[in-house]
Design a protein around this ligand. Sequence first.
Ligand code: ATP
Ligand code: MG
Length: 382
Amino acid sequence: MEQFLLLSEGELTLKGHNRRFFENVLIDNITECLSKHNLSIKREKRGRLYIKLDNSINVNVLIDSLSKIPGLKVIYQGYKIKRDFDIALNVIVNLLKNAKSFKIQASRVDKNFEPNSLEINKLLGQKVLDNMNSIKVDIKNPEIIVFVEVFSDHFKVYSRIKNALGGLPYGSSGKAICLLSTGIDSPVAAFLMLKRGVEIIPLYFHTPPYTGNNALEKVKNLVRNLLKFTVQRIKLYIVNYTEIQLSIKKNIPEKYWTIVSRRFMGRIAEDIATIEKARAIVTGESLGQVASQTISNLAAIDKVFNIPVFRPLIGMDKEEIVKIAQHIDTYDISIRPGIDCCTLFSPKHPETKAKYYEFIDSEKEILKYLRNNYSFVTEVIK
Ligand code: ATP
Ligand code: MG
């Protein structure tokens, strides 16, 4: 008897001619995850991936890490066994532990095998009922479906053990620079893009000594947390933003501090996109959440960009965002002390309808002196 996991690909089945490309990226990512466990993966027909397990493995830990790999839809667990209905029954009873209802769904790859699929359903279904108390067959809405597949020299018997993340394989949609602060929103934005297959390069604007080391540590922790979805390492950019921030405070009307600051962040993000050959920018902005996130203000911020800006949270309520943050375990890190923008740089009465002419000339002055005058470091988080 051989224990296995079977993985089904999510949307990849919709990819037509490009499917092979997406599948290869997915297999690379899974292989990296499996290498920690000394296991390997085999491509099967119908977009399924097969992992042979051995007894030394902690299956639950493995299932948990696989369930966080973007591009996978469902994880099944089961056994490859001899073509023997009594052995099949033992395995099925094990898979149905604690279940209230079930159905057997047999299929034959070996069409010469007797009995046929419908008869196998009935035969094994009856055996289960004879052997397990308080379980019933439910054809329409079973709690567990047990799949029995008949091959020329073995049966595969398995059932769904966990839904995986869905989405697209990490890295299959290209790269984006993600403006990551210490708040609740931007890590969620990064996660949502990462789930759509985007390789994330986080960028944090640090303003020492006004923002301290605890803010920087928070950002690193947030990035570390995103690692579990990507398998690979993540390169974090940290820009020293103090001089620009001080210059904005000195030269720009107070109500425009945040907008002009976001415009500088945008320009620098695009510089880094060029270095990294990234094709888009991601932010955690959500319409109307704070004064800088009105349509007029976002429009004023957008003027500095030459590449697309993705704002995956734009239509979400704070509650919805918090729910995702809790689900991906970034919420508890985000609410720790350590702010990313000190009140010193936040206007008391921010403008909600940005008017260019009121800041554009003074902004040009800062641009002249500081456009290319910032420094950054990178750190690879593993
Ligand atoms: P968050 O919870 O992500 O901090 P927020 O609701 O606090 O978002 P703002 O502070 O207005 O909103 O920031 C809007 C977006 O600008 C953030 O989601 C993030 O993408 C980007 N941003 C803000 N501050 C920084 C920073 N210090 N470094 C990098 N990006 C930042
Ligand atoms: Mg913030």
